[in-house]
Design a protein around this ligand. Structure first.
Ligand code: NAP
Ligand code: ZN
Ligand code: ZN
Length: 350
């Protein structure tokens, strides 16, 4: 066991503050990682504030982790001391159900173990990446092949990257397709970059007209201000696929009505209260589909990291000291981040 500095929420209404946790001793299959950088996902905020009504306290968020390997167990063959490694949203799963057998640990029938907040279907708490170090089974540890200069901007790939890559791949997004990304936040800006790299014609939907130039720079071919019905109507029945990353409840029908016959809109945003729609008729008259998607499996996460390294894709980030995490949460709620906060974990020692 080793004492580890962290930042934790003690309940739903108090700010995150310094807290000491214990990490387990390095077992035969474990990799110990000194955390260099941790991205700030909207799920961290949902969890710290118990917005999904399942938070275990104390809550140490953080599941976009990049760091340096400091020790490995006797059975570990794929990592060595000094390697740069990543940890995403999961640190374990049952490993034998049908989903795990297919490499879809995120859909583990017993519930995967989250990097923070413990097993999905109940059990002991786990502590995430807003901390100085972490010990993780090698099976849930990722290789980082980006340049060392990019490591802070690589961290958000471990959740925002895979959460957008997985559905874009699942629905075969590629050249010749018109693909919508809804919301230009942490997930959305990764969705734009990855969909563009896959060769799609990308249209970004935003509620923030001032993000137009950025969206075009990030890879969108067109930008639609979704509050403007005229701009929306111009795209009726024209999309092959839409990925909706919005973190708040909103009317889905204006987006569903932009899908072609048989096309799909996939939700990855996870608001704390339900969306007010869809209307059934918008779906049945064009055999449209509304779907969901949860992060991605470990093998697919490695595939995404390698794809991004090959295509020069990282996140657009604002690097912050951990002492600014509570202000960062407030700014994220106002969509005031371009486009992901990343914590420089060296600040934890100050
Ligand atoms: P984020 O950085 O806060 O981005 C969300 C974006 O949604 C905002 O930038 C904003 O974009 C748009 N938005 C916010 N409020 C809105 C509203 N009331 N109406 C319309 N648009 C609004 O959050 P994130 O980290 O990308 O996470 C997004 C959501 O995905 C969260 O709910 C998070 O928990 C969830 N998530 C799910 C998975 C999964 O596996 N399914 C994984 C990670 C995260 P514009 O300013 O462009 O409109
Ligand atoms: Zn996340
Ligand atoms: Zn399983």
């Amino acid at each position: 066991m080793s004492k580890t500095l962290a930042y934790a929420a003690q309940n739903a209404s108090t700010a995150l503050a310094p807290f000491e946790i214990q990490r387990r001793a390095v077992g035969p299959n474990d990799v110990a990682i000194d955390i260099l950088y941790c991205g700030v996902c909207h799920s961290d905020l949902h969890t710290a504030r118990n917005e999904w009504k399942n938070t275990l306290y104390p809550s140490v968020p953080g599941h976009e982790i990049v760091g340096t390997v400091t020790a490995v167990g006797s059975n570990v063959t794929q990592f060595k001391v000094g390697d740069i490694a990543g940890v995403g949203c999961m640190v374990d799963s049952c490993r034998h159900c049908a989903s795990c057998a297919e490499g879809l640990e995120q859909y583990c029938e017993s519930g995967f173990t989250g990097t923070y907040n413990g097993p999905v279907f109940g059990g002991a708490n786990t502590y995430g990446g807003y901390s100085s170090q972490i010990v993780v089974d090698q099976k849930f540890t990722l290789h980082i092949r980006h340049s060392k200069d990019d490591l802070a901007a690589v961290a958000p790939l471990l959740c925002a990257g895979i959460t957008t890559y997985s559905p874009l791949r699942q629905w075969n997004v590629g050249p010749g397709q018109k693909v919508g990304i809804v919301g230009l936040g942490g997930l959305g800006h990764m969705g734009v970059k990855i969909a563009a790299a896959l060769g799609a014609h990308v249209v970004l939907f935003t509620t923030s007209a001032n993000k137009r130039e950025d969206a075009l720079r990030l890879g969108a071919a067109e930008v639609v201000v979704s509050k403007n019905p005229k701009e929306m109507a111009a795209h009726a029945n024209s999309f092959d696929f839409i990925l909706n990353t919005v973190a708040a409840p909103h009317d889905l029908d204006p987006f569903l009505n932009l899908l072609k016959r048989d096309a799909t809109m996939t939700l990855v945003g996870a608001p704390d209260t339900p969306h007010p729609s869809p209307q059934v008729f918008g779906l049945i008259f064009k055999r449209r589909r509304l779907a969901g998607s949860l992060i991605g499996g470990i093998a697919e996460t490695q595939e995404m990291l390698d794809f991004c390294a090959e295509h020069g894709i990282v996140s657009d980030i604002e690097l912050i000291p951990i002492q600014s995490i509570n202000q960062a949460f407030e700014r994220m709620l106002k969509s005031d981040v371009k486009y992901r906060f990343v914590i420089d974990m060296a600040s934890l020692q100050q």
